[in-house]
Design a protein around this ligand. Structure first.
Ligand SMILES: [Zn+2]
Length: 503
């Protein structure tokens, strides 16, 4: 090799080195992590396996029921299999209702002809005394004066509550996703202060639905039948039982088609008869739990600080809670699997929590906050200064399309930047709203930065809180997408120099 050639090589090497150095100055190493997260989520997904376990195998998961414990246990075992640390089922707080389980449900019209119905007993009401059959009475009193005349009449009888639904032909699509335009519109928030309520006095001559219901409960009707739901998909509802109270008569929700059928037959003078058997069990367990596990942080100073991702795992009786909220619990579990399998060593500790008690009043997350963040008197507790952020997912089986800052304007630039790598997946939007009604709320109220993701509506409302919330209705690819976003937000928050700015 001659000198000129050597010189040439040396020049070439130094040129390519400096080109690389220039490159590395514009190269964001976190985008390599983003690529790895996406690849792991798409190549080695365990979403389908987790869905089977937490929907089909676990079954219904009403807080306080044996199904809740079964579901928590399955989740805990999977978290242990991932190698998460400090995995356990922990008590959040006590709650005076206890558990309730449906053991048997049968209902059919036997006269004027046979027609079987789908009964959805109201949770925490009593059962029937074995197989009960009898004439059905349509409740028709409308005023307080009329009510007096019916005292004693309905005791031990099967009563059909008044008609409350008018079926309307629906020309809207069954499922929707947000358009770019709709997401843009959501970014804009008009200022609107709540208006003072004016209106009718609350007491008037006509009976309210609740007054009729209270009357029939006091009268000890044998069975009270509500109209709730349609297309043979009853809505599931709860009775506000408290442990130790007398058990209220059996109440059942049926769909408007079956309710309307019986109502019209009765109004036309037919003798309508029903055969009903409902068997229930009350469980005297007043503890509400959550399932927790973590990837311990590695920075000597920051590892005591926390980033939490979570979703509620509890649901309703009579369905498997697929869209509300196994879909998002699986998203959280899969996000932790991705982070764990990439062997990411976050600076802060990343904790996952699957809550119980959400559907009955957010008791899991409330209990956690009262235990570790801020007590009921407002005293700051051990984790108040340690939690950087809590990210929650509970808006059904749709894709994450954005995040709400919960009106923390300071976070817009940061969150906008974090959406950047995922615009090609449709995750683009940061809105300034106070999203409500789920487990980030107790954290937000305690002063912790806490957020809920914005999800495509899909069929939201058709499945949730109804007897047909099953795995078939879910879209596993959406969960893979959501797990990517959850893993990314957890990772980015864990790596920041500072905790997220508080409101
Ligand atoms: Zn939910």
């Amino acid at each position: 090799m001659n000198r000129a050639l050597i010189l040439g090589y040396a020049l070439l090497i130094s040129f390519s080195l400096s080109a690389q150095q220039n490159k590395s100055s514009i190269f964001d190493p976190d985008l390599q992590i983003a690529t790895k997260i996406k690849t792991e989520a798409l190549k080695n997904s365990k979403v389908d396996e987790y869905l089977y376990l937490l929907c089909d195998k676990a079954g219904p998961k009403l807080t306080g029921s044996s199904g809740m414990l079964r579901t928590d246990t399955i989740a805990m075992l999977e978290m242990k299999k991932l190698g998460l640390e400090n995995v356990c089922i922990e008590k959040a707080k006590t709650w005076e209702r206890g558990g309730w389980e449906l053991k048997k449900a049968y209902m059919a019209m036997t006269a004027p002809y046979y027609m079987h119905f789908y009964p959805a007993p109201v949770a925490w009401t009593g059962g029937t005394d074995g197989l009960t059959s009898g004439k059905v009475y349509y409740f028709s009193a409308t005023t307080h004066e009329e009510l007096e005349q019916w005292k004693g009449f309905y005791t031990g009888k099967i009563v059909l509550m008044p008609d409350v639904m008018q079926y309307q032909i629906n020309f809207n699509p069954l499922a929707t996703i947000y358009t770019e335009q709709q997401l843009k519109e959501m970014e804009y928030q008009p200022i609107a202060t709540p208006k003072k309520k004016v209106g009718l006095p609350t007491k008037n001559a006509l009976l309210t639905y609740q007054e009729i219901l209270d009357f029939l409960r006091d009268e000890k009707a044998a069975v009270i039948i509500h109209e709730n739901g349609d297309f043979n998909v009853p809505v599931i509802t709860f009775f506000p039982y408290e442990m130790g109270n007398e058990i209220s008569p059996c109440e059942i929700n049926i769909t408007s088609e079956h309710h309307g059928l019986m109502q019209r037959l009765i109004e036309n003078g037919e003798d309508v008869r029903l055969e009903i058997e409902i068997e229930v069990e009350f469980i005297a367990d007043e503890d509400v739990y959550f399932v927790v596990g973590e990837i311990i942080g590695t920075d000597p100073k920051l590892k005591n600080e926390l980033v939490i991702i979570g979703a509620h795992l509890d649901g309703y009786p009579m369905n498997n809670g697929a869209g509300d909220n196994v879909t998002n619990s699986v998203g959280v579990l899969e996000a932790m699997r991705i982070l764990k399998s990439l062997n990411i060593k976050p600076k802060r500790t990343i904790r996952m929590i699957l809550w119980n008690g959400e559907e009955v009043g957010m008791h899991g997350s409330k209990g956690y906050v009262q235990k570790y963040v801020k007590d009921e008197e407002g005293n700051k507790l051990s984790e108040y200064d340690k939690i950087s952020a809590y990210y929650n997912a509970d808006y059904g089986p749709g894709k994450f399309r954005g995040i709400a800052t919960q009106n923390n304007l300071a976070l817009e630039p940061l969150f906008k930047a974090w959406t950047q790598p995922w615009h090609h997946l449709g995750f683009t939007t940061v809105i300034h709203r106070n999203l409500t009604s789920t487990d980030h709320v107790p954290f937000d109220e305690a002063g912790i930065p806490a957020f809920q993701f914005l999800q495509d509506p899909l069929e939201w409302g058709r499945g949730s809180h109804r007897v047909m919330d099953f795995l078939d209705r879910l879209v596993p690819d959406n969960i893979r997408h959501n797990a990517i976003i959850l893993a990314w937000f957890a990772y980015k928050t864990a790596e920041l120099e500072e905790k997220l700015m508080r409101k």
